[in-house]
Write a protein that binds this ligand. Structure first.
Ligand SMILES: Cc1ncc(COP(=O)(O)O)c(C=O)c1O
Ligand SMILES: N[C@H](C=O)CCC(=O)O
Length: 434
């Protein structure tokens, strides 16, 4: 039985391709890496479910690429938005909700002494880098292959996520002048970082890392790696930036940095802090943040930054997370998926590796450990594409790329997990038949 995207999805997508390049507003949404377009066009989300425009239901593990830690349309978040929307949508002035959200972030993220809002994670990272360059007076950024830090020019060098599946690893339109000061190193290899900083450390403004990588699939740091990264970075006189756009509030009520015991100089934040509405933020050490305009000479701005509705949705999401503390339950459900998927794959002789941290994991279609971009790329793209389609056919929505995560949300229950495992069993059986 070959899966066919529904007729209404097809019709909507056909309309989309006429007016939107490739029919999608982010390449990560395209199905080109998993057997081709059209993708499914969604009509609504409720709890752990998606419903498409043809009325088909799916269990959702995309979580909109991370923000929806509470699942779709959480009643507390929706009510908070409704309660606030009559006051207006944007003011262009300081406003209570953005201040409350800033206070909440500062109180719960270790080392975040001040914070400035942006509208996206891309801007958050871009601004943190500019700030590090302003503070140190140095040009070079050291980042890691397969990490994704948004789509600002300098970050499209050996990037992961959508950039790695659509062949724009080094995007057209990015001038050499921008990327010549960006160095990409293999993740989890402390010797290479040490060598690099020994050679050119005095030109390095910052070392930028996803502390737990989410964009070549989930790849955790090796023991001691981040601590050594911090020591080497500081020895070179540079700043350490953690891009926690995915990881902040994903694994506990706070940053991954505090879970891992390594606090950076600056953070980039996004996704969960906007509760499903557009938001980003960067911040960290007080002395460094004094360089930000209008206090200091590092200019950064945004008409939509600190958007009242995003602030309200972010605050409501963080309130639920703090009050209900769903993290252990989410991690337990993800663990059940991990253990059973490994068993099922083995039963059908399908070599896979799973990297899981808490409620987020990636199934790599290869049997060796995955600890960097080179090993992540060994995941078989053809098998993943087939698996993706088989799961879709069985009502399970996975991100359409072998380099993304499955996110279990606070709305998932054992019932969805069991249905997912049934679908996995049938899908691996089909895969084993060739
Ligand atoms: C780690 C990380 N940094 C930055 C970004 C960019 O965020 P945005 O898509 O909100 O611009 C993303 C995801 O898109 C991300 O996963
Ligand atoms: N993996 C990316 C972010 O985490 C995907 C989001 C996007 O660019 O659409």
């Amino acid at each position: 039985m070959a899966y066919e995207v529904g007729e209404k999805s097809q019709a909507w997508f056909e309309r989309a391709t006429r007016v939107i390049p490739g029919g999608v507003n982010s390449p990560a949404r395209s199905f080109r890496a998993v057997g081709g377009d059209p993708p499914v066009v969604m009509a609504r989300g409720m709890g752990p479910y998606f419903e498409d425009v043809d009325g088909r239901r799916y269990i959702d593990y995309l979580a909109a690429f991370g923000p929806l830690v509470l699942g779709h349309a959480n009643s507390h978040v929706v009510q908070a938005i409704k309660d606030h929307v009559d006051e207006g949508t944007l003011w262009g002035t300081p406003a209570p909700k953005e201040i409350e959200l800033a206070e909440t972030l500062v109180a719960s993220i270790e080392g975040l002494e001040q914070v400035r809002f942006t509208s996206t994670g891309t801007e958050a990272v871009m601004s943190a880098i500019r700030l590090a360059r302003a503070f140190t007076g140095r040009p070079v950024v050291v980042k890691f292959e397969g990490a994704y830090h948004g789509h600002s020019d300098g970050m499209l060098v050996k990037a992961g996520s959508g950039a790695s599946t659509v062949g724009t690893q080094d995007s057209l339109g990015v001038p050499w002048g921008v990327v010549k000061d960006v160095i990409s190193l293999p993740y989890n290899d402390i010797a290479i970082l040490e060598e690099t900083l020994a050679k050119i450390g005095d030109q390095v403004a910052c070392v930028l890392a996803e502390p737990i990588v989410g964009n070549m699939g989930i790849v955790p740091p090796k023991d001691g790696y981040l601590q050594q990264m911090k020591e080497l970075t500081h020895k070179a006189g540079a700043l350490l930036i953690f891009d926690e756009v995915i990881t902040a509030y994903r694994f506990h009520y706070g940053s991954a940095a505090s879970l891992l015991g390594v606090i950076p100089d600056l953070y980039a934040l996004g996704k969960i802090i906007g509760g499903g509405l557009p938001a980003g933020a960067y911040g960290g050490r007080y002395d460094v943040m004094q360089y930000v305009s209008p206090l200091g000479g590092m200019f950064q701005a945004g008409t939509l930054a600190g958007n009242p509705l995003s602030s309200v949705a972010g605050l409501a999401t963080l309130e639920v997370l703090q009050r209900e503390d769903p993290y252990q339950r989410m991690a337990e459900l993800a663990k059940i998926l991990e253990e059973n998927i490994l068993e099922i794959a083995q039963e059908f002789d399908q070599p896979i590796t799973i990297n899981r941290v808490g409620s987020a994991f990636t199934v790599f279609f290869q049997e060796n450990p995955v600890y960097d971009y080179t090993t992540a790329k060994m995941s078989d793209p053809v098998k993943f594409a087939r698996f993706h389609r088989l799961m879709l056919e069985r009502g399970i929505y996975l991100a359409p790329s072998r380099f993304e995560a499955w996110f279990v949300s606070a709305a998932h229950t054992r019932q969805e997990i069991d249905k997912t495992l049934e679908a996995c069993r049938e899908s691996f059986r089909e895969l084993s038949r060739g």
